[in-house]
Write a protein that binds this ligand. Structure first.
Ligand SMILES: C[S@@+](CC[C@H](N)C(=O)[O-])C[C@H]1O[C@@H](n2cnc3c(N)ncnc32)[C@H](O)[C@@H]1O
Length: 382
């Protein structure tokens, strides 16, 4: 997405440049998404799908390339193989939707009782598949897949391309610099041969419910965004979308790890990770009680240990830490710390940054690890 206005704050500066390739590089060189999905999977031991909901209901507040959601759906199948799964994913980027859909083909094979809905709507609207304030008409499509092999299903999912091209368009908001949709869009996907048992949970326009058993908020905001924004605009609306007994799990980069050592060795003043899990929880608590004294009880928790993930080992070149490993470490560390493009360009004009990265890696036995903060919000069961 091209920049059209100078950014007002560092978080926006990071947003302005196209970090898509770096995001994809990061997803494949680090094991974060797998660790995140495993951690989320533990929540299923604390969740009991409700009979009256007729499904396990899950919401992903930012699908990205689909790595986390598909792996969470795998563990949901493992835990609840015979329960219908109602899954809604919010994702504004058409490129990410394109990367996610093929990953879903085998989910429909292993768990045929799946209704998957993707939408480009904002946090306050997406869980309900409806606009809270009046807005443009929603482009709504129901897509019943024929066939029962991954090959057949994947081929049909490709037929969604014209709908996506037409309806998943974005522009850059002149106010925030962030991408916003041109019009709200929803696509509801299920297997035609399972229409009968799924019919009571297939969402219909203006009639969809939130009531989630699980809300996934993995890296849902920019690290240096304002606390009020993170709590009020992102996490509190998601907590309100929980059904009774439902659980929200939030995960964000926390720093205090060897990856941050690289960043601080180059920019000693850099403070990328300004809010802890506890900061978010305190602000969300305040938000939920300030605006809704009758809100059903929520309980809040922060994992005592950060989720530790690492750069996958890259083949050593000549027995030492190879150039590709050093580059991958540099890219992952600066990506997670959300360093603005301009500062990256200034620093990479000579090779010092590679020496510094190599030194940090050598101090840690050639490994690079990262910390994520994890918190949960549970809504009381009835
Ligand atoms: C909605 S979010 C996350 C998508 C998905 N939930 C995931 O975890 O990959 C999308 C943005 O989060 C950022 N992001 C993803 N993983 C990150 C990480 N480990 N640390 C910091 N930012 C990250 C990227 O900028 C990406 O464009």
């Amino acid at each position: 997405m091209a920049a059209i206005h100078p950014p007002e704050n560092p978080a926006q500066a990071f947003r302005f440049v196209d970090h898509r390739l770096i995001y994809l590089g990061f997803v494949h060189t680090c094991n974060e998404k797998e660790m995140v999905a495993d951690r989320i999977g533990h929540e299923f031991h604390l969740i009991n799908p409700r009979l009256q909901a007729r499904a396990l209901r899950m919401f992903d507040a930012g699908v990205g390339d689909g790595s986390v959601l598909t792996q969470v759906m795998e563990s949901a199948h493992d835990r609840f193989p015979f329960v219908p799964h109602y899954v809604v994913g919010k994702e504004i980027s058409i490129e990410d939707v394109r990367l996610t859909l093929p990953k879903m083909a085998d989910r429909f094979v292993e768990h045929p009782l799946t209704v998957l809905t993707l939408t480009n709507m904002a946090y306050a609207d997406a869980p309900w598949l409806a606009l809270q304030k009046a807005g443009p008409d929603i482009s709504w499509m129901e897509f019943a897949i024929r066939g029962d092999t991954a090959h057949q299903i994947k081929s049909q999912l490709r037929e969604l391309e014209p709908f996506l091209t037409e309806n998943w368009k974005t522009r850059v908001s002149p106010v925030t610099g962030n991408p916003v949709y041109e019009r709200p869009a929803v696509v509801v996907i299920y297997r035609e041969d399972r229409h009968f048992p799924l019919s009571s949970i297939i969402p219909a326009q203006s009639k969809a419910d939130a009531n989630y058993d699980l809300v996934i908020a993995s890296q849902p905001y920019q690290a240096r965004g304002k606390l009020e924004f993170k709590a009020k605009r992102v996490i509190a609306p998601l907590a309100r979308a929980l059904g009774s007994g439902g659980r929200l799990i939030g995960i964000h980069s926390q720093g205090g790890d060897p990856a941050e050592e690289i960043v601080r060795a180059i920019w000693p003043e850099q403070k990328s990770f300004i809010h802890s899990g506890l900061d978010i929880i305190d602000a969300v608590k305040h938000e939920l009680t300030a605006h809704d004294a009758h809100a059903p009880g929520f309980t809040f928790d922060v994992d005592s240990e950060p989720l530790r993930y690492k750069l996958r080992p890259l083949s050593a070149e000549g027995g030492s830490i190879g150039t590709s490993g050093v580059n991958a470490a540099w890219i992952a560390a600066t990506y997670v710390a959300q360093i603005e493009d301009q500062r990256m360009r200034e620093t990479t004009s000579n090779d010092n940054y590679l020496e510094i990265t190599r030194d940090v890696l050598a101090r840690h036995g050639g490994q690079l690890s990262f910390n994520d903060a994890v918190y949960t919000i549970a809504r009381a069961g009835l």
